[in-house]
Ligand binder design. Structure first.
Ligand SMILES: [Zn+2]
Length: 286
């Protein structure tokens, strides 16, 4: 086992949290409406030096016994600090041809950038790719990112990566438009706001459940400061309402959560704390 993959089980499902790498962002881009001094104080409380924050990009492999499912494809080639998904899957004995289902939680570069290979062909030729219908339509029809509070440079990258990585998978695409079961034990959940058709997944086998929340919460600090939002949420008010609903649910149900950008492997529980929440990562060392 390397520190770039983390195998675990949900009932009879074999799961692996697989790192695609990391990316360094300006800290304020994750908390665009946070007062500067308060943000710096809270970052220090989390042992983060204010300035840049380095965030993991984590994908999930699920072996249901019947299906090998990949959730999100990472950043792909062209991001020096990421694009390690395929190599890390291969280290676990999983080849691209083995994957029969790729679920794309949303159309951001760190989740779809590995959809295609160097020739622009689908990187998972045997897979059906699954995405929420509104999400596909948004990114494949001249998306309007004017209201997004992130740097222009990030917006251009989003548009470029979507243009490169979505049209080639159209022939292998299944769209969902309701909270349906994508495969037995893997249910789509609508979590709009970060993007129009942002999708979470409830993964269950036997009596165990895992909630893949993707980017509904980007950083553990958002649990403690639920009114702070990242510049990557397209509709912040909607994203905050979605976030509160989701956090209430996972705290009440004490369900195991995996978040794409929390410290690797991104697995843990959400605990209610006063009017807010707190992240409790699982123990990953003996
Ligand atoms: Zn993301």
């Amino acid at each position: 086992m390397s520190d770039e993959s983390f195998p675990f089980e949900i009932g009879n499902f074999g799961c692996i949290a697989v790192s695609d790498g990391t990316f360094a962002y300006p800290d304020h881009s994750f908390f665009v409406n946070a007062p500067k001094e308060r943000l710096e104080q809270i970052l220090r409380e989390h042992n983060i030096q204010p300035g840049e924050i380095t965030i993991p990009w984590t994908c999930l492999l699920i072996n249901t016994g019947q299906h090998r499912v990949l959730v999100d494809t990472g950043g792909g080639a062209g991001v020096p600090s990421a694009g390690k998904l395929l190599r890390n899957l291969q280290a676990e004995g999983i080849e691209p041809l083995d994957i029969d289902t790729v679920i794309l939680t949303h159309g951001h570069p760190d989740h779809i950038g590995g959809n295609t290979d160097a020739k622009g062909k689908p990187a998972f030729p045997n897979a059906r790719y699954v995405m929420w219908k509104d999400e596909w339509e948004f990114w494949t029809s001249e998306p309007d990112l004017a209201q997004l509070q992130s740097a222009e440079e990030f917006k251009q990258i989003m548009l470029m990566v979507a243009r490169k990585n979505l049209p080639p998978i159209q022939g292998q695409l299944d769209l969902v438009d309701r909270e349906t079961e994508i495969l037995p034990g893997i249910q789509a959940i609508a979590v709009p706001g970060h993007t129009p058709g942002h999708m979470a997944l409830a993964i269950s086998s036997g009596s165990e459940q895992l909630l893949y929340i993707s980017d509904a919460v980007l950083h553990p600090i958002h649990l403690e400061q639920p009114d702070w939002y990242p510049g990557f949420d397209l509709v912040p008010e909607q994203a905050m309402a979605t976030r509160r609903r989701l956090l209430d649910r996972v705290a009440a149900e004490k369900v195991l959560v995996i978040a794409s950008h929390f410290p690797f492997p991104g697995l843990g529980h959400v605990i209610q704390k006063g009017e807010a929440w707190q992240w409790q990562p699982i123990e990953t060392m003996g």
